[in-house]
Design a binder for this molecule. Structure first.
Ligand code: GAL
Length: 506
């Protein structure tokens, strides 16, 4: 928790947390003492969304130590670790039982060197290590779960050097169905992890059951908000029955990219530094979607501050997929210190008779330096000319109830296309075959987040992070872009006035 003293107007402008601000203002004072819940993480960890790799989407239970180690090495070689993907997360199916003292025993056929030694090797490659279990008697794959063994398991993982826990929801013995039941069950592991004294990021995976957006930021660093993703752009599947997050009693699985994305708008205000709505691991590279659909998937996860966990076989990445996973201009949004999520300003379904079934939507997001993100999403079946007006970009400011027009409306905004500098096939192929290792300092396609941070890179206007200028949005103006079927245009808007003021200050 962070206590700040700010004026009423500033509290309003903070937008998403303003309901809390109103409730907690000190009556009779000119300034208001404001408590921003979650403005810093409950355990001080994960202030920006976690990034890494998880084996589940591509390998399911087919895991072993060589997969973990070769993937980590490939991620170093392909520049993915330095793009920021710095967790290697082992998912389900690693434990075979418990020993006489009640401690989990790893499968020594899959992991012959032992977990501790594998984790040490992963650390030596510059990664942190993530482990999986379930807040139930069994994991979802029916391996031993941690319910009732939280302290022992947390202590063991800490001793092994584990830095991250993904904690699932299967076989929970009926201890769910109300927020309180889920909160209490997940809190036991949260406390156990914190009591180890080791920093361990806690990634809840209860698929949005019992509205974790209302309670989980006090005990966890991220929380899955939907049933499991599958590698489909928009195909509805009976096994994923909900189309809204709120009140979804049966999250299921086989949820498409568009299904999960459209569950986000109602809950994006609950994304905050230290607690992120986890839209599930990425499918880019698994073969079920087109290149532009994967661009939509990656972009929309990024701008919504979802954790970005690569969910494919890194060893067989194609140049096109490497180019998507490593687009630094998109990752920089995800890693922005505002730790906020996007808002869906509007969504229209398209007429099945005229243009085929589908939808288009406009998303915006504010960034900590005052830049604004606009995403024009065309999930319809034909190319569309999509428009966005300045009034739509600053819709929230316009409707915030302030007595004067928001200054943003009278400014001129330069528009930068964040996919314009996508790494080409040849460059990506050279990285994959090991002939392009060094990242040139002025690269427009690559950014080394190990050497610096995305925040510093944006501050110093690193050419890989800002995209390419494609237009201007004037006061009362409109920006139009042609967006192909199942594609998205993602733009960074920068105020000329603010940029000029900054130059003057220097
Ligand atoms: C699911 C979870 C998946 C994966 C799987 C393992 O419940 O959402 O991401 O971890 O269990 O069995």
């Amino acid at each position: 928790m962070v206590a700040l003293t700010i004026g009423a107007t500033a509290a309003l402008l903070l937008g998403q947390a303003s309901a809390y601000h109103q409730e907690r203002r000190q009556v009779g004072s000119e300034k208001h003492t404001v408590v921003i819940p979650g403005a810093s993480s409950y355990n001080g960890l994960n202030l920006i969304p976690q990034m890494g790799w998880n084996n589940w989407n591509a390998f399911h239970c087919d895991v072993n130590e060589s997969l973990l180690l070769t993937t980590a090495q490939d991620m170093v070689d392909y520049g993915l670790r330095d793009s920021g993907y710095n967790y290697i997360v082992l998912d389900d199916c690693w434990a075979v039982g418990r020993n006489e003292s009640g401690y989990l025993v790893a499968d020594d056929y899959k992991f012959p060197s032992g977990m501790k030694s594998i984790i040490t090797k992963i650390h030596a490659l510059g990664f942190k290590f993530g482990m999986y279990s379930s807040a139930g008697v069994l994991t979802c794959g029916r391996y031993p779960g941690s319910l009732g063994y939280e302290k022992k398991d947390a202590d063991l993982w800490a001793e092994w050097g584990v830095d991250y826990l993904k904690y699932d929801n299967c076989f929970n013995q009926g201890q769910s169905g109300t927020p309180k039941l889920s909160f209490d069950r997940y809190k036991v592991m949260s406390d156990a992890l914190n009591q180890t004294g080791k920093e361990i990021v806690y990634a809840m995976c209860n698929w949005g059951n019992d509205d974790p957006y209302d309670w989980a930021y006090r005990i966890a660093n991220s929380g899955r908000m939907s049933g499991d993703i599958y590698d489909s752009f928009n195909r509805p599947d009976d096994r994923c029955p909900c189309t809204e997050a709120a009140g979804c009693a049966w999250p299921g699985f086989h949820c498409s990219v568009m299904n999960i994305l459209n569950k986000m708008p109602a809950i994006t205000s609950r994304t905050m530094s230290g607690y992120f709505n986890d839209m599930d691991m990425l499918e880019v590279g698994n073969g079920g979607q087109s290149d532009s659909e994967y661009v939509v998937h990656f972009s929309m996860w990024a701008i919504n501050s979802s954790p970005l966990l690569i969910g494919t076989n890194v060893g067989t990445l194609s140049p096109a997929n490497l180019a998507i996973y490593s687009n630094p201009a998109i990752i920089a949004i995800n890693q922005d210190t505002s730790a906020s999520a996007a808002k869906r300003v509007w969504r229209y379904t398209t007429d099945p008779d005229e243009t085929g079934e589908g939808e288009i939507s406009l998303w915006t997001r504010s960034l900590s330096n005052g830049d604004r993100i606009v995403a024009l999403l065309n999930a319809a079946n034909i190319t569309m000319n999509m428009n966005v007006t300045i009034n739509e970009v600053f819709f929230d400011e316009r409707t915030a109830g302030a007595y004067r027009a928001p200054p943003e409306l009278s400014q001129t905004w330069d528009i930068y296309d964040l996919w314009a500098n996508r790494m080409g096939e040849a460059e990506a192929a050279a990285i994959l075959n090991g002939t392009s290792v060094e990242i040139p300092a002025n690269s427009t396609t690559r950014f080394n987040a190990t050497a610096s941070t995305y925040a510093k890179g944006v501050e110093s206007a690193h050419p890989a992070l800002i995209g390419s200028r494609v237009g201007t949005l004037q006061p009362s103006g409109t920006f139009t872009a042609e967006i192909a079927r199942h594609s998205v245009g993602v733009y960074r808007l920068r105020s000329r006035e603010a940029a000029m003021r900054k130059r003057d200050e220097l």
